[in-house]
Design a protein around this ligand. Structure first.
Ligand SMILES: Nc1ncnc2c1ncn2[C@@H]1O[C@H](COP(=O)(O)OP(=O)(O)OP(=O)(O)O)[C@@H](O)[C@H]1O
Ligand SMILES: [Mg+2]
Length: 377
């Protein structure tokens, strides 16, 4: 049986080259060539071709969105682009492309990609990623980091992101983003069904007109006490089906519930500020995670409220905990306080501030790491 292929390309010469290469592949039939990309996406939705050759335009963010949509419609997408920087390749693959071929298109590379797509079965969706923001001490900036990281991940990935408040019994994510969810975790864990992704999305509260969804902690302290690790894991199973990224603002307790959440997460952002007791504490957490068998690479040390001229340097911290610091978030009291008081992320207070830039870059770094980890399987 022959396989249907569709080409998105505005340069006639490249179309001819691709047609020439494909003439050798008797199992592939070119159905259509589009220079109007929106029309092309509609065609893919209605006709489900097996392979799409998608040539990127300079408007990268729109291209990534289109790649994502075409993959959702079940197509195996080969991306062509003159820009073969690592970040472009990673973004294209992260949005679901099966392969990336640089332009001008070389025959061998193109035919290998086409072969790979011919043999690919149904597209396997990338596993969604859970990032737990944790410290066993209060007040270090867990909520500030979880909320702002979730906002930046939503902007960067254009995917659906959940921000979950598991700082039970007294969470504050809803205050940081000034949202008022009508349903909370306690209700969801009792009614959630992993197959029903609409239910879980509707149960969360959308942050403004974005793809960020907030899930609040239970309103009554007694309700939080009844939530079991088993229920939280079921909740995560539901969230994984409904969202691509899940950021969890954690409580400080070193108890069974929190350890199960950390175990089930893909990444742990272990937050500390630079002072001796907290650094020692951080070391203890690392020992504990090691004892629980968490892979070393899963835990990332995030230094919050970082000051350039601090008496204790990042070098000192790294020596003390025998682990590299993953990220430093600058101390910016004014922007952070204004953000909390207004119930908006720091990027809305001042998009040019050092702290906004730090969160944007953190989101970018972590998505690249997630992608690499996902590829390793
Ligand atoms: N990078 C930063 N620069 C300046 N101030 C910050 C920064 N990060 C956090 N803060 C301040 O630290 C305080 C505590 O932050 P946050 O509420 O996020 O901590 P937390 O770890 O979630 O605390 P809790 O354990 O009580 O939930 C807030 O008042 C916030 O303004
Ligand atoms: Mg908090």
């Amino acid at each position: 049986m022959s396989l249907s292929l569709v080409i998105f390309e505005r340069e006639p010469d490249t179309v001819e080259i691709i047609k020439g290469y494909l003439s050798e592949k008797t199992d592939i039939v070119i159905n259509e060539v589009f220079d109007d990309y929106n029309k092309g996406v509609r065609y893919i939705k209605e006709n489900s071709p097996k392979i799409v050759v998608f040539s990127m335009t300079p408007d990268k963010s729109t291209c990534y969105k289109m790649i994502h949509r075409m993959c959702e419609f079940g197509a195996n997408v080969i991306v062509l682009s003159e820009d073969y920087t690592t970040s472009n390749i990673i973004q294209a693959l992260r949005h679901g492309a099966k392969d990336f071929v640089s332009k001008p298109v070389i025959k061998k590379d193109f035919l290998e990609a086409a072969e790979k797509c011919s043999q690919a079965d149904v597209k396997v969706m990338k596993k969604s990623q859970i990032v737990a923001v944790y410290s066993n001490k209060g007040g270090v900036g867990k909520t500030a980091i979880a909320a702002n990281l979730a906002v930046e991940l939503t902007k960067l990935t254009r995917d659906k992101v959940a921000l979950v408040d598991l700082n039970m019994p007294i969470g504050d994510v809803t205050t940081f983003l000034d949202v008022k969810p009508s349903i909370d975790i306690a209700e969801i864990v009792n009614n959630a069904n992993p197959e029903n992704t609409d239910f879980i999305r509707e149960a969360c509260c959308k942050y403004k007109d974005t793809d960020l969804y907030v899930l609040a902690e239970p309103p009554y302290i007694e309700q939080s006490r009844t939530i079991t690790p088993k229920q939280v894991l079921k909740l995560f199973e539901c969230l994984r089906n409904a969202f691509s990224y899940i950021v969890v603002d954690m409580g400080t307790n070193v108890d069974k519930l929190n350890m199960s959440i950390l175990e089930y997460s893909d990444f742990i952002m272990l937050v500390t500020v630079i002072n001796l007791p907290l650094i020692r504490n951080c070391q203890r957490c690392l020992d504990l995670f090691g004892g629980l068998g968490f892979p070393e690479s899963k835990t990332k040390i995030v230094v919050n409220r970082y000051l350039e001229n601090d008496e204790i340097t990042v070098d000192d911290v790294e020596k003390a905990i025998k682990k590299q610091v993953y990220w430093k978030i600058p101390n910016n009291y004014y922007t952070m306080m204004s953000s909390i008081n207004k119930g908006i992320p720091v990027s809305e207070v001042n998009e040019n501030s050092n702290i906004t830039e730090s969160f944007t870059q953190l989101a970018s770094k972590i998505t690249e790491d997630m992608f690499e980890q996902d590829l390793k399987g």
